[in-house]
Design a protein around this ligand. Structure first.
Ligand code: ZN
Length: 246
């Protein structure tokens, strides 16, 4: 059992080390962002589950089924169990997912009585009075889609619907969770290059995946025009627009 446990731990660590390398360097992720996001979520799940299962096997190895943790048995084994538990708790605390403070600010803005809501492409959207171009999606029951008047005023109807469809895709495909998990891992082990690359590529992949979802509803051209108006000056905006060409 100890051997199986050690093998599981090694396999889990291999998955965690290899997955970011494969996923952040492969060109196909640009064309299939959704597949890439699902693959890396699966890799993280497999890695964490394998790690926990491996530690458990090593800890309970050779113990009778009636008292697998043998807490009443040898003090040395009790210590092992304690160390394993502390390691798992430390891991959970280190990578725990926290919503950003900016999400609270957006939620407050959406629910203040002064913010008008408008139906855009069948979706109730909070229209916030602001000069700069802004669109975002906040997950959860108190969440939704928010667009600034500065952006809405610059867009044609189909472009505005494309922006809303893009933000809706972030919500329905749970991109917030993928980004939060990747950023939590990055915070927990910032010295691991794969963790930084993973977080960076997750932030990009969710934008590609949301663009693709919007393009399926409104067409690639409407989404491309909307991206150029909303985000045409950033490097990511330029890449997003060129992905949608043709
Ligand atoms: Zn987006």
């Amino acid at each position: 059992m100890v051997v199986v446990g050690v093998v599981l731990i090694v396999l889990a660590l291999t998955v965690v080390v290899v997955a970011p390398r494969v996923l952040t360097r492969a060109a196909w992720t640009i064309d299939r962002p959704r597949t890439a996001l699902v693959s890396w979520s699966a890799a993280v799940l497999v890695g964490v589950a394998g790690f926990v299962a491996g530690i458990t096997l090593v800890v309970v190895a050779g113990r009778p089924a009636t008292d697998p943790f043998a807490v009443r048995g040898s003090p040395a084994h009790g210590l092992n169990v304690g160390v394993a538990l502390v390691a798992v708790v430390a891991f959970v605390i280190a990578v725990r997912v926290r919503p950003g403070p900016e999400q609270d600010a957006v939620r407050r803005a959406m629910h203040s009585g002064a913010t008008p809501h408008r139906e855009i492409g069948g979706v109730p959207v909070a229209l916030v009075e602001a000069d700069h171009a802004l669109a975002c999606a906040v997950p959860g029951r108190a969440g939704g889609v928010l667009v600034s008047t500065g952006l809405a005023d610059q867009l044609r109807t189909d472009e505005l619907e494309a922006v809303v469809a893009h933000e809706r895709a972030h919500l329905s495909q749970h991109h917030g969770i993928a980004v939060a998990v990747a950023e939590s891992i990055e915070r927990a082990v910032p010295w691991v290059p794969g963790a930084r690359a993973m977080a960076r590529s997750t932030r990009v992949l969710v934008e590609f995946a949301a663009d693709d979802a919007a393009a399926r509803r409104l067409g690639r051209d409407a989404v491309r025009r909307a991206v150029l108006v909303a985000d045409g000056t950033s490097a990511l905006g330029v890449v997003r627009a060129s992905r949608l060409e043709g």
